[in-house]
Ligand binder design. Structure first.
Ligand SMILES: O=C(O)CCC(=O)C(=O)O
Length: 310
């Protein structure tokens, strides 16, 4: 048994004004087709990227199985030159490998200083920057990061949310993206920004009985498509083929709301993180009461939160 699947909306050749009015304000994901993403569509072959990338070293996820599991950490982090990442991800049988000849690769580019800086492909891969046209759907000053995403065929990335609006530009290869709305967060069994339901197609409903209630939106991105992923929408990605994508995050809210020490774009907004902190402290204070009282006041707190939610 799995969730009812809804299709993600599609828009064709949308411009800046229409994007703001008909896509971004709706706060729903949308596939944008027929967009001009530049020469990368034809240029970014395995040969071109590996011949032109220089001696750039990358940290890559390597796993024995296609489904990456952040709970059991069934993957390794390994360092490889960018050219090697692209080459290995593009084939399904390897002559050089870390685990076995059929291992899977997933690369997400990081900032120059991984702890403090966000990825910016324009600065880190200047030789490729003119190949890609990123739609100007946001003011330049709101730009946060641009991230390379390179995956082996079959690779599945766990369900997670980010705190900024996002354009996922699929350059090569097809990809299935499954999304769940922020309003269904309760059904996704969160651990930080990730869902503990690692297998969304064959969920363990004894462990995660409410997962079935989460509304599931799905699309298959073809090469050249762009997916708008609004902040807080959960997404899970399966590369149906070897794929190269770039995604761009921008701050869609006032800049002061965002945590300045967030190289990934997934740290909760400052007021959200503070509220969670206060809640955790309140729960610790409740622990001072005997069980019967703790339960009673916890229920009163839940009622208060429910009254507040929209
Ligand atoms: O396409 C991918 O590999 C992952 C995309 C993603 O997680 C994102 O755009 O935030």
């Amino acid at each position: 048994m799995t969730n009812v699947v809804k299709n993600v909306n599609v828009e064709y050749q949308i411009d800046q004004d229409n994007f703001a009015a008909t896509v971004q304000t709706k706060r729903k994901p949308c596939v944008l087709k027929g967009m001009d993403i530049g020469e990368c569509r034809s240029k970014w072959t395995v040969e071109y990227l590996s011949d032109n990338c220089g001696p750039h070293d990358c940290v890559v996820h390597v796993s024995e199985t296609s489904q990456m599991d952040f709970i059991n950490k069934n993957y390794l982090y390994r360092k490889l030159p960018f050219r090697e990442v692209v080459k290995r991800a593009s084939v399904t049988k390897h002559t050089e490998y870390f685990i076995n000849p059929k291992e899977f690769y997933y690369f997400r580019s990081l900032g120059e200083n991984v702890r403090t800086e966000a990825s910016n492909i324009t600065e880190q891969f200047p030789q490729f920057k003119d190949d890609i046209k990123i739609p100007q759907f946001f003011p330049q000053e709101s730009f946060f990061s641009s991230v390379f995403r390179i995956s082996s065929a079959g690779m599945q990335l766990w369900t997670h949310y980010d705190v900024m609006d996002n354009l996922l530009i699929q350059i090569n290869g097809r990809k299935r993206v499954t999304l769940f709305p922020p309003s269904d967060a309760l059904y996704l069994y969160l651990h930080g920004d990730k869902s503990m339901v690692t297998d969304i197609d064959r969920p363990d409903l004894t462990k995660f009985p409410n997962f079935i209630k989460a509304k599931r939106y799905e699309c298959v991105l073809e090469a050249g498509d762009i997916l708008f992923i609004p902040a807080l929408w959960f997404h899970n990605v399966i590369a149906l083929e070897f794929g190269i994508a770039v995604n761009v995050f921008w701050k869609n809210l006032k800049p002061e709301l965002y945590d300045k020490k967030d190289p990934y774009g997934n740290k909760d907004l400052i007021p959200a993180a503070r509220s969670m902190d206060i809640l955790n402290r309140a729960l610790k204070v409740l622990d001072e009461l005997p069980e019967e009282y703790r339960d009673f006041y916890a229920r009163k707190m839940v009622a208060k939160i429910q009254e507040k939610s929209y």
